[in-house]
Design a protein around this ligand. Structure first.
Ligand SMILES: *[C@@H]1O[C@H](CO)[C@@H](O)[C@H](O)[C@H]1NC(C)=O
Ligand SMILES: *[C@@H]1O[C@H](CO)[C@@H](O)[C@H](O)[C@H]1NC(C)=O
Ligand SMILES: *[C@@H]1O[C@H](CO)[C@@H](O)[C@H](O)[C@H]1NC(C)=O
Ligand SMILES: *[C@@H]1O[C@H](CO)[C@@H](O)[C@H](O)[C@H]1NC(C)=O
Ligand SMILES: *[C@@H]1O[C@H](CO)[C@@H](O)[C@H](O)[C@H]1NC(C)=O
Ligand SMILES: *[C@@H]1O[C@H](CO)[C@@H](O)[C@H](O)[C@H]1NC(C)=O
Ligand SMILES: *[C@@H]1O[C@H](CO)[C@@H](O)[C@H](O)[C@H]1NC(C)=O
Length: 606
């Protein structure tokens, strides 16, 4: 290589370098004298969020928006319905103090629209990609991007309902991955008869629902069995708003919920192990997640073929339609209820376990006994359900959008005529017999197991039991076992979880510290939503994964115990097996089986 071609190469490299420098140079504050010209960006302090111009998918239009790390994860768009068709767009603070987006002709195509700003303002990033407009003198927030949702629910962003005006904040889907303009799907919270829920709408039609919010979880989302996993909070804020939002404990974690252009709400997070953004949960896993797929008085289970089945005591309204897999007509009652006939025999209730309860519940703060009585006494009451966080829920008329879940959910008691209760008579005998035999076998196993396990695991069980006593209100899980008089199989389930808990080992802190080389960085497998996960090796050579819960997660002992109980109940083959736990002062840790070839399940990082 001679000198001149070498210097040419250097020159080219220098130009490329300058170009890259130009594009990536970011400022972290916009003031009135400053312009962000396409393709410059405003960067958050840690560099993970940027505000600037982008072109989505294969579009050539320019949009001002906020993205995380790579432009592929856009979390907020300003001029979503007014694209710029060239690269002459700018972002600045206008004379009236608002943050504005201008086109090449210097026309305002988007504004933060705050009226009567009196002092100078600046704009910069706050936490989790939230862009704020500040009063420069007082530092007060005048406007922030999380108050104006696009298609993404970000940490701290509220899906709110103004109780006075009924006005709601909504996520609105993009039209397509290349077009951020408002598409046909939206998501908002809904409050009816004291029940708060999140819905997805296709235009004005309900498309998906979360099931009632009980103060800790959405009862119709099977993966959200424990509040601790998701960090959702909600309810009345005392200032005239009802809000649903989620928080995550630290700034480094990227986790959002995105309503995509197909109408699916997707939990999207950064997987530190795979080094990519992944969808870790979606609102539509099967046809059963589509609102009302099975029509009235039917239940949907993705594990069955066909997926829809009439509730016991009901039959398809139109057997022809039903056999053609058109279930929307739903089912009708086979035997009329007492109030509708001259029957003297009292109606009764049949139970559906672990379901997303139907739409249009009414909530009242009553005990399970009174709930049942209120429903039985009122002819128009077709079902009831109890949840520790909500109280008593009752339904009148059609029962629509019932979904059988594999975990979580609530028990639903639906009304049938006395004759329908009898129909199951023989079955009841068989079930009762097998329950008794089952209980015996399990008790014997439990006894043997109990004799074999160490004192420490018994101690764990005692602490769980005392949690159960002291914390009645918090979670339905603890209240499920044995409170119902409908069916004694509940006791069997209660017994099962006791057995599983007996198998769990309570480890001491030193042992786990040794196994993980004092939680050494080189043993770190990844960062989960609530703390880091380490790989470790026990003295007997067994490999384990240890989730060390960050203190910032704010998780109390009850939530921790709840997680332990849930994981014990869910020894599903796709889930990581929980081996034990450790509670030592502030330190709370969970120990899982280590799976070398599989990425550790979303459950650990969940
Ligand atoms: C771009 O948009 C401006 C107005 O916003 C319009 O005057 C101009 O013709 C458009 N250019 C093209 C190439 O579409
Ligand atoms: C807009 O940018 C193009 C190049 O991208 C340039 O040719 C054109 O003159 C600019 N228009 C205005 C109004 O500045
Ligand atoms: C700003 O406010 C005006 C009138 O108050 C309204 O017409 C306009 O749509 C608003 N713009 C945005 C981006 O909200
Ligand atoms: C706003 O900033 C301008 C120039 O930066 C300055 O001249 C003016 O006094 C400021 N106004 C207020 C109310 O602080
Ligand atoms: C949304 O509703 C429209 C009609 O309003 C329908 O054509 C379309 O198929 C629906 N989309 C989905 C995904 O169900
Ligand atoms: C499904 O059945 C309902 C009535 O049960 C009917 O109105 C509808 O047209 C049917 N849909 C199709 C696609 O056949
Ligand atoms: C029965 O329930 C319906 C609907 O909740 C209610 O309107 C009605 O007043 C109740 N009837 C009695 C007798 O309580």
């Amino acid at each position: 290589m001679n000198f001149s071609s070498c210097s040419n190469l250097l020159l080219v490299l220098f130009i490329v370098f300058l170009y890259l420098l130009h594009v990536s140079i970011g400022i972290d504050t916009i003031t009135s004298s400053q312009f962000i010209k396409d393709p410059e960006t405003l960067l958050s302090k840690d560099g993970s969020y940027a505000f600037g111009f982008f072109s989505p998918g294969n579009s050539i239009n320019r949009y001002a928006g906020i993205w995380w790390n790579s432009r592929s994860t856009v979390i907020w768009v300003a001029n979503r319905n007014q694209p710029i068709n060239d690269s002459n767009g700018t972002i600045t603070i206008s004379e009236d103090g608002n943050l504005v987006v201008l086109n090449g002709q210097k026309q305002v195509i988007w504004s933060s629209n705050v009226s009567n700003i009196e002092s100078n303002t600046t704009s910069q990033f706050s936490d989790h990609g939230n862009l704020v407009l500040l009063d420069s003198t007082t530092g007060n927030i005048l406007w922030q991007s999380i108050q104006e949702p696009s298609d993404s629910l970000l940490p701290g962003m509220k899906l709110s309902i103004n109780k006075r005006t009924g006005e709601k904040s909504k996520l609105r889907s993009w039209k397509s991955p290349s077009d951020p303009s408002v598409g046909s799907f939206s998501s908002s919270s809904v409050e009816r008869q004291n029940i708060l829920e999140v819905f997805i709408w296709n235009e004005t039609q309900p498309y998906w629902r979360s099931g009632p919010w009980n103060g800790g979880v959405f009862t119709g989302i099977d993966t959200m069995t424990v509040a601790y996993f998701n960090g959702f909070q909600g309810g009345d804020d005392g200032e005239g708003n009802i809000n649903i939002y989620f928080t995550i404990p630290n700034e480094e974690i990227f986790l959002i919920y995105k309503l995509n252009s197909q109408g699916k709400l997707e939990e999207t997070s950064w997987n530190d192990e795979e080094k990519e953004v992944q969808v870790t949960w979606t609102s539509r896993k099967s046809e059963c997640d589509v609102y009302g797929t099975c029509g009235a008085f039917a239940s949907c289970s993705s594990l069955n073929t066909p997926i829809c089945s009439c509730l016991k005591g009901f039959e398809p309204r139109s057997i022809q339609e039903w056999n053609r897999n058109n279930w929307t007509g739903g089912c009708v009652r086979r035997t009329s209820l007492k109030c509708e006939t001259k029957s003297t025999k009292e109606d009764g209730f049949l139970k559906l376990k672990m379901v997303k309860v139907p739409d249009f519940a009414s909530g009242i703060a009553e005990t399970p006994d009174i709930c049942r009585r209120l429903c039985l006494e009122n002819c128009s009451c077709t079902a009831y359900s109890n949840d520790a966080g909500i109280g008593c829920m009752t339904w009148t008329g059609n029962l629509l959008d019932i979904q059988q879940l594999q975990m979580g959910g609530l028990d639903l008691y639906f009304r049938v005529a006395h004759a329908e209760l009898d129909r199951g008579g023989n079955k009841t005998v068989i079930i009762t017999t097998s329950v008794i035999i089952g209980t015996l076998i399990i008790s014997i196993c439990a006894y043997i197991m109990w004799r074999r396990t160490s004192n420490s695991s018994t101690k764990l069980w005692h602490s769980i039991k005392s949690t159960r006593k002291t914390n009645k209100k918090d979670f339905q899980l603890f209240n499920k076992g044995g409170t119902s008089d409908e069916n004694n199989s509940d006791d069997v389930f209660g017994g099962l979880s006791e057995v599983r808990l007996q198998e769990l080992l309570l480890f001491d802190f030193e042992k786990l510290a040794t196994a993980t080389n004092n939680f050494h960085l080189s043993n770190k497998l990844g960062q989960g939503g609530f703390g880091p996960v380490y790989k470790g090796k026990l003295q007997d050579g067994r490999e384990i994964a240890v989730k060390r819960l960050s203190r910032a997660s704010g998780q109390g002992l009850e939530e921790f115990m709840n997680e332990v109980v849930v994981l014990c109940k869910l020894q599903h083959r796709n889930l990581v097996r929980l081996l034990g736990c450790c509670i030592d002062g502030d330190e709370k840790m969970l120990m899982y089986e280590y799976m070398p070839n599989k990425s550790l399940d979303a459950f650990i990082f969940g």
